[in-house]
Write a protein that binds this ligand. Sequence first.
Ligand code: IPM
Ligand code: MG
Length: 370
Amino acid sequence: MTSNKRILILAGDGIGPEVMAQVERVMEWLAARRAFSFEVSGGLVGGACYEAHGTPLTDETLADALAADAVLFGAVGGPQWDDVARHARPEMGILRLRKEMDLYANLRPALVFDPLVAASTLKEDVVRGLDLMIVRELTGGIYFGEPRGVDTLADGTRRGFDTEVYSAFEIERVCRVAFELARRRGNRVHSVEKANVMESGKFWRDEVTALHAADYADVELQHMYADNCAMQLVRQPRQFDVIVTGNLFGDLLSDCAAMLTGSLGMLPSASLGASDAGGRRKALYEPVHGSAPDIAGQGLANPLAAILSFTMMLRYSFDAADDADLIEGAVQDALAQGLRTADIMQDGMTGASTEAMGDAVLGALDRRAG
Ligand code: IPM
Ligand code: MG
């Protein structure tokens, strides 16, 4: 690992900067101990960028993101921007990055860490060992479909509308990601839509069926309606291996799946684009948790989701599975020591600040690396 990896850190709002500071410590550790060289730069996004530039993402930062080998993203948003016009809202910063970087495949693992099994609101025997992956389509569907807007009909009726639309190539490329992932996991895919009521849902189902028959017949494929999937996720979540679905259903189902683990503060995600001729793919990594404005600036945030997002970067962008395993092991060690940030606190455990959790991960890294 000698070539410089260019990483752009967009820490954003709320707890974003605090958790990202801990990731940077882990990066420095890797750079010092594993001969990994990173070229890290930073930029503003979300509300922080709006305050400085009147927009949640500047063209310069977007250009930096497009040029980077990978982007590490914190979180955006906060109540102080509730009244900002929609096009300038903090959330538009991440939506524009996803769209312009063409990050069509959003990987959201939901994993129950053994020491945290009691943190779930579900019974331990339902969630113990849970390890599923949601692949959410991220650049299409109703999030971006046209037409959208608010208008007034000739008879004076006012209405608001959005459009759910998927082209065949959009379905195919995200489902390929899901099938390929499944082959390296449990070899099972659930494709989720509402084919019973939506034209685009029926189309999605037909396209997945054809792709499966053509190229992935070795993978077990099941179709499931989105409402049933929500129900099955809380009833028997371990039936799932990989779930692939559109943008809006993926947004809802991934929050639901995340909560099964009882620890939103633990979950990373990766958003991936297509590979270019040189095998490089645009990628952005972000913790699933939001900006948590209520606890921002108090040293209470859990940095582990951000650290684990960095390990996803090592895996998916830099082909460094060994280093990713090492860091994930160190995260397990920190939990096994009984350290808990407030979001995952349990009886008999030791409370830890954001920084103390970072210390514990670094200490564990030292021990593991010998
Ligand atoms: C997510 C978030 C975003 C989304 C918001 C912040 C725009 O909820 O990443 O799941 O709806 O996609
Ligand atoms: Mg969401």
